[in-house]
Design a binder for this molecule. Structure first.
Ligand code: FAD
Ligand code: SF4
Ligand code: SF4
Length: 662
């Protein structure tokens, strides 16, 4: 039997306001093995930890139960405290009486009863705990950044500047992300390309950065410090080592029917193309759906005109396998599809556009060479209406419940830029609320109203109706004056909600990283570990984690980089000793456990076993403890009870259940 100390934390009033902590202390003292119990206001504080260390020495404790917040918050803190005081850190258990009790219940009596039950279960477990020793694993001193937008570029630059090798994997033919599609950027209104392209060049020229464009992550295995990643380099049909980027192939290519992805489908591009003039690398790709040679075997003009002999129609996708110590996800976002929002006539009129399309129209290198004109007839607009929150902050299931965070600011930017360049154009913005928290952001919005005369109407638009003469009739409501509004417009611009890039779900599964209900990647802790995923060694950067603008993205990219550098700076990592192991006498080699293990940690070996004096060779499961993450899936699945988990053994779990049901 252990000598157990129980320490009940008030967490200020977080726990103590709903749980009678004195009662928990009194009741738990009667549990088998408990020789000491006390409560304190903040157990995690220095004074609280001193109480634990003092009690370990005074009462000769061999096991500890801390009744406090989630183990995700302070398990490490209390384990370190116990270790310093001479106890094996794995003899510490946490009873989560905050998140699982005080925060979710109101009735003090009921919450106290539940807190006692949770504490009792933890005591029952500690009674069966055994000291464990972590193993060691090596750290591959190289990082992978998935996504080559501003988040990925900045993260890679910061890691590389600290002296570590970084690979960027970008799925499109060029790095740059959405920022490369923007014209000018709030809050300073500087040209997006002018601040982004130097960073793109720095990344491509950096001796520690290697960029795989037109590539995607295919498979991830391994664990923190030692991931193995398969990367699919899609065939460009252009040899990157030979291409000089002269662009002759694109000029001569007779197939010019493909829609430019970069210009959001507003104009056409050739079958062989680079997405934009400053693309990095400046090497085209062939769109096989549009290429005449690929479809009919005829043409081949690009091969004929390419002086460098770079065209290679036989190129195949290539799979590269690389090792990494850390992985950063920076896959960014897209804007939502608008097929659920037919009332705004996006699919009916060319003059109803999204804000991202407006960015391309306003851009000197865009489809209209920077001229603000109606896409239907090329005429200059006189009245433009902006509609904010299209698909953001929705209470129905058509759109997103969250605020996309950037639309208020970029709409103010668009309104200002238009009024600045075309003072005769009337600009009206329909908004629900104007949300502009951020340095100099509210001042920016007020300039749009006060200096640039933008007409802001608090209200919603119910319908945009295309008229026979090509005009658009906007039907809305002014909530301040409480009146219906009908307004003629030449163009309507929709601030469509943003959502995580569609591939993130698949990627999260590969990385065993979690995503929230909106598909944004979940951080390990929303306040204290905002750039780490709950999976060790996987970090988050940019909009893949949640909506943000460029300044916030760059700040987060730097934070993710420093976490990666902190990890890569270590030569060895301690591994979790709570790993699975199989009992060779019980195992029947059925493969069930290997099929459920998400980390590929289980294999089978023919082993000599001695079953009650009978020696025979059996096919039995063997766990690679370096790969095992202690998730416990195998122990639950094993039909013969042969699989067990150190630190969470079947006996321990059953003892906990018994203690709860007592
Ligand atoms: P992204 O820019 O989306 O980059 C992600 C990259 O990852 C992309 O290159 C993508 O191709 C790649 N990728 C995705 N999935 C994968 C995968 N599975 N494998 C490999 N690569 C992948 N912010 C401002 O501060 N000022 C502004 O003026 C401003 N104006 C804006 C106007 C509009 C209309 C919009 C929509 C946004 C605006 N923003 C502005 C916000 C800004 O665009 C974002 O903050 C910024 O682009 C976020 O960068 P990111 O790298 O996180 O994501
Ligand atoms: Fe590259 Fe050849 Fe095309 Fe020039 S013609 S951009 S060298 S592939
Ligand atoms: Fe264009 Fe394909 Fe012809 Fe090359 S072979 S010029 S990519 S259509």
């Amino acid at each position: 039997m252990q000598r157990i100390g129980v320490f009940v934390c008030h967490c200020g009033s977080n726990i103590a306001a709903t749980v009678d902590v004195n009662k928990v202390v009194e009741v738990i003292k009667a549990e088998p093995g408990v020789v000491h119990a006390e409560d304190y206001q903040y157990m995690c504080s220095e004074a609280g930890q001193e109480k634990i260390a003092g009690a370990i020495k005074e009462h000769g404790l061999t096991g500890i139960v801390v009744c406090s917040c989630s183990p995700r918050m302070h398990e490490g803190t209390f384990r370190k405290c116990a270790e310093k005081a001479g106890i094996n850190p794995y003899m510490v258990e946490i009873a989560n009486i905050r998140e699982q009790c005080s925060w979710i219940h109101k009735d003090i009596e009921e919450a106290t009863k539940k807190a006692v039950i949770l504490a009792r279960a933890a005591v029952a477990k500690v009674n069966l705990n055994t000291p464990l020793k972590p193993g060691e694993s090596r750290v591959t001193k190289r990082a992978l950044v998935i996504g080559g937008g501003i988040a990925g570029i900045q993260t890679a630059l910061d890691i590389a500047d600290a002296g570590y090798e970084v690979d960027i994997v970008e799925k499109t033919p060029s790095i740059g992300g959405r920022m490369s599609q923007l014209d000018k950027t709030f809050p300073t209104l500087d040209c997006s390309a002018c601040i982004l392209t130097p960073k793109m060049v720095d990344a491509s020229a950096h001796e520690k950065i290697n960029i795989y464009t037109y590539s995607e992550v295919e498979k991830v295995s391994g664990f923190v410090g030692d991931f193995t990643v398969d990367i699919r380099k899609k065939a460009r049909y252009v040899d990157m080592t030979k291409c000089t980027g002269c662009g002759v192939c694109q000029e001569k290519c007779p197939s010019k029917k493909g829609l430019s992805e970069f210009n959001r489908g507003l104009n056409k591009r050739s079958a062989i193309y680079t997405p934009f003039a400053q693309a990095i690398p400046n090497v085209p790709v062939i769109d096989t759906d549009q290429c005449i040679k690929m479809k009919t075997g005829k043409c081949g003009l690009c091969e004929k005109v390419c002086q460098a002999g770079a065209i290679d129609y036989t190129q195949k996708d290539e799979i590269i396998s690389e090792k990494y110590g850390a992985i950063v996800v920076a896959t960014g976002f897209d804007i939502i599809k608008l097929d659920q929002y037919d009332e705004y006539a996006y699919s009916q009129s060319k003059d109803v556009i999204t804000s991202l399309e407006l960015e391309r129209i306003m851009n000197a290198a865009g489809p209209t060479k920077g001229h603000l004109e109606r896409l239907s007839d090329g005429k200059s607009p006189k009245n433009i209406v902006f509609i904010q929150c299209v698909g953001s902050r929705c209470s129905d299931n058509r759109g997103k419940s969250y605020c996309s965070k950037i639309c208020c600011m970029y709409t103010a930017k668009h309104a200002m830029l238009i009024r600045d360049k075309y003072p005769d154009v009337n600009v009206t913005v329909f908004y629900i609320d104007v949300r502009t928290p951020g340095k100099n952001f509210d001042e920016f919005y007020r300039r749009a109203v006060e200096e640039y005369g933008v007409n802001y109407i608090k209200g919603q638009v119910g319908k945009v109706a295309p008229q026979p003469d090509g005009q658009l009739m906007v039907h809305g409501v002014d909530l301040i004056d409480n009146k219906q509004i009908k307004m003629e417009a030449d163009m309507v611009v929709l601030a469509a909600a943003i959502e995580p890039e569609s591939s993130v779900r698949k990627l999260a599964t590969m990385l065993t990283a979690s995503i929230d209900t909106n598909n944004f990647l979940t951080e390990a802790h929303p306040k204290l570990r905002p750039v780490e995923s709950p999976t060790a060694g996987v970090f988050l950067s940019g909009v893949s984690q949640g909506p943000k603008d460029i300044p916030e993205t760059v700040a987060q990219a730097g934070a993710a980089a420093i976490k990666v550098v902190g990890l890569l700076a270590k030569d060895k990592l301690l591994t979790n000793p709570c790993t699975a192991h199989s009992d060779e006498l019980l195992c029947n080699g059925c493969s069930t456990c290997a099929n459920v293990c998400p980390y590929g940690a289980i294999s089978y070996e023919d082993k000599q076993v001695n079953d009650h004096g009978i020696r025979e060779t059996r096919r039995v499961a063997v766990v690679n403890t370096a790969l095992c993450q202690g998730c416990g899936a195998c122990t639950v699945a094993c039909p013969s009870g042969a699989m067990d988990l150190q630190g969470f053994s079947n006996r321990q779990i059953i003892a906990e259940v018994d203690a709860i049901c007592r």
